[in-house]
Design a binder for this molecule. Structure first.
Ligand SMILES: Cc1cc2nc3c(=O)[nH]c(=O)nc-3n(C[C@H](O)[C@H](O)[C@H](O)COP(=O)(O)O)c2cc1C
Length: 343
């Protein structure tokens, strides 16, 4: 069983790098551009990209979205992400901790991230299947304590599971189970998709059970239906062929943001493929942006410097967008549609 999880993670790390398996539709950020302000009336050196999330400071509003843990190569991977997050001051989401829950030997590949990132906002992660079928939450709470996690992300991934050779496909009772974890789990809960997105209707349903932070994880970047399709064996040809029909299935992140009215804190991830997409996501109303795919290749090189350099470009671009639009504080950028023009 554990070897299955480990092999799956390994497949995922390999296949998620393949551009041919990404969405061919965009997340929609390319439909917007910023209106240039030639009279910004601010001093570049005074621009402040910092913000807070879950009560902790961030140097800029970015989350490294959940990716790895469990497979052997995850140790160096999470060490790189941890070191980079600490150095640039962004938040860090770990991949699903299911492997660590089922086998102690996998714990170090998660714990190393906290060791390398002692001060960052660090989020543990579990799939909804583990939440629905869980008998108790004590083990998860204990491991989150070992991680000094600041919150737990629950990911919703019905179609990923449906096209996965070994998927859990009974989603009955998911909303009620989330409500129970919100009430009883000792840390804040964040609910996300994995790349097919949360529609506005789903976000509103989540709010009815007390969810206060959501991550859209929408369409436009990494595509878990196409990745699982590649893992399906030839005996599952019917399912494999059907998966092709879903190659662009999902809610594009910018489209969700544009229409979302919510009191929840919003993380916009899924298809932020270029650094300027982060600034656009914030102007469209997100409190934080999130990226996974864009960091995958640098993080797999086991050289934190490469991840740091990539993240610095995202931060620098955000600062320059703020200068070019005449905005000096993040709170004045969030939800500021006046500085955007639809193409
Ligand atoms: C290699 C890899 C592994 C992932 N593993 C997880 C996971 O364990 N849990 C989760 O919630 N999301 C997982 N994701 C999904 C990302 O967190 C994110 O929601 C998705 O990839 C969309 O963002 P992107 O377009 O920037 O890649 C993974 C993504 C990648 C690329």
């Amino acid at each position: 069983m554990t070897r299955d999880i480990e092999q799956r993670k390994r497949d995922h790390l390999k296949l998620a790098q393949d551009d041919a398996l990404k969405f061919s539709i965009s997340a929609g950020f390319d439909r917007w551009r910023f209106i240039h302000n030639a009279l910004p009336e601010i001093n570049l050196s005074e621009i402040d990209t910092s913000t807070t999330f879950l009560g902790k400071p961030l140097q800029f509003p970015l989350l490294i979205s959940s990716m790895s843990g469990g497979a052997q190569e995850s140790y160096a991977f999470n060490a790189s992400l941890g070191e980079a997050a600490e150095r640039v001051g962004c938040a860090l989401g770990l991949g699903s901790i299911r492997a660590a829950m089922e086998h102690e030997a996998h714990r170090d590949s998660f714990l190393i991230a906290r060791e390398k990132a002692p001060t960052v906002v660090l989020l543990a992660n579990l799939g909804i299947a583990q939440i629905i079928y869980s008998k108790g939450m004590d083990n998860v709470a204990r491991f989150c304590q070992d991680l000094k996690a600041d919150g737990l992300i629950i990911h919703l991934n019905p179609l990923q599971e449906a096209f996965q050779p070994e998927g859990d496909t009974d989603f009955k009772g998911a909303l009620a189970a989330i409500g129970r974890w919100i009430r009883e789990f000792p840390l804040p809960i964040i609910v996300k998709e994995v790349g097919q997105g949360l529609s506005t209707e789903v976000v509103h349903k989540l709010e009815t059970v007390g969810v206060k932070t959501i991550d859209i994880a929408g369409a436009g970047g990494s595509n878990w239906i196409s990745i699982e399709r590649e893992r399906l064996p030839q005996e599952k040809l019917t399912l494999k062929r059907s998966a092709h029909e879903f190659a662009n299935w999902g809610e594009p992140t910018a489209e969700v943001l544009e229409n979302l009215e919510t009191t929840s804190a919003v993380i916009a991830s899924g298809g932020l493929t270029a650094p300027m997409d982060l600034a656009k996501a914030l102007a469209l109303g997100a409190d934080l942006g999130g990226i996974a795919g864009p960091l995958l290749k640098p993080a797999l090189k086991a050289n934190p410097e490469l991840v740091v350099e990539e993240l610095r470009v995202w931060k620098e671009t955000l600062k320059m967008v703020m200068f070019g639009t005449g905005i000096s504080k993040i709170e004045d950028l969030i939800g500021n549609h006046n500085i955007l023009k639809r193409l």
